[in-house]
Design a protein around this ligand. Structure first.
Ligand SMILES: Nc1ncnc2c1ncn2[C@@H]1O[C@H](COP(=O)(O)OP(=O)(O)OP(=O)(O)O)[C@@H](O)[C@H]1O
Length: 241
């Protein structure tokens, strides 16, 4: 269980408030869509959860551990178990999809492995299992630079899983993808939540949020405007964001 209470974040010399006391309790296996108008603080929320931004205030408790009060242990846990998926995944274009999965993101990978590219055979088997789960077995040996946007995103998801992600933070993971690729990335994320109990928190457009998410959190002006489960948004809620 993840408990975020009263998260506040302001920016710049004028300390402009961006997040104004966001509180969320998150259970394992939820697929939470964050929706809201441009500038409402969606990306900032994800960046704060990934500890890419320093929190001004609030508490962040994961399985009873107060992450912000135990900076070393807490940060290590987030780095190890929380993956941040970017809109355009940063892959090594001249390396195969498989190699990208094996090597991992720079922050997760020991320097010697990045330099030598060496992997153990059990790592290799694990990576192939996940690549198969992502439906990319036939693309594993292709250079990442030649893959489609959706395939790249699924390689990035595979990479996160191979390196032990239990929570995936995805900031508009399907932006720029054609509808079919977008749906397949979303199906992949949904299956992970249902079958592997991975937790996904993702900025999404409303249509995809309503179709795939188990819960929709609406942000407006840095505050939670609504937090709903198991249904579509009402017109009133749509007008609140
Ligand atoms: N480092 C920063 N310095 C100044 N302002 C910032 C900084 N980071 C974010 N902001 C501002 O904070 C607000 C929220 O930004 P954020 O990127 O979280 O919005 P968003 O809801 O993700 O928007 P979009 O849907 O357009 O991506 C915006 O007005 C943005 O300009």
């Amino acid at each position: 269980m993840i408990r975020i209470q009263h998260l506040t974040k302001s920016v710049g010399v004028d300390r402009i408030p961006i997040l104004k006391g966001v509180s969320l309790d998150i259970q394992k296996g939820e697929l939470i869509a964050v929706v809201g108008a441009s500038g409402s603080g969606k990306s900032m929320l994800l960046r704060c959860l990934a500890l890419k931004e320093k929190w001004d205030g609030g508490t962040f408790v994961i399985d009873g551990q107060d992450v912000l009060k135990e900076p070393l242990g807490g940060k290590r846990k987030i780095r190890r178990e929380w993956a941040y998926l970017e809109q355009n995944p940063q892959l090594y274009p001249n390396r195969t999809g498989l190699k990208n999965v094996l090597i991992g993101q720079a922050s997760q990978t020991p320097l010697w492995r990045m330099v030598t590219g060496m992997v153990r055979s059990d790592d290799y088997m694990g990576a192939m299992d996940v690549i198969e789960q992502m439906g990319l077995l036939d693309k594993a040996r292709m250079k990442a630079g030649t893959l489609s946007g959706g395939e790249k995103q699924r390689i990035a998801i595979a990479r996160a899983l191979v390196h032990g992600a239990k929570v995936i933070l995805a900031d508009e993971p399907v932006v720029g993808l054609d509808p079919k690729s977008a749906e397949s990335v979303m199906e992949t994320l949904k299956n992970l939540c249902e079958e592997e109990r991975v937790t996904v928190i993702s900025v999404l457009p409303i249509e995809l949020a309503e179709k795939f998410a188990t819960r929709i959190v609406g942000l407006s002006g840095g505050e939670v405007a609504f937090d709903i489960r198991g249904r579509r948004l009402t017109m009133r809620e749509k007008n609140m964001i």
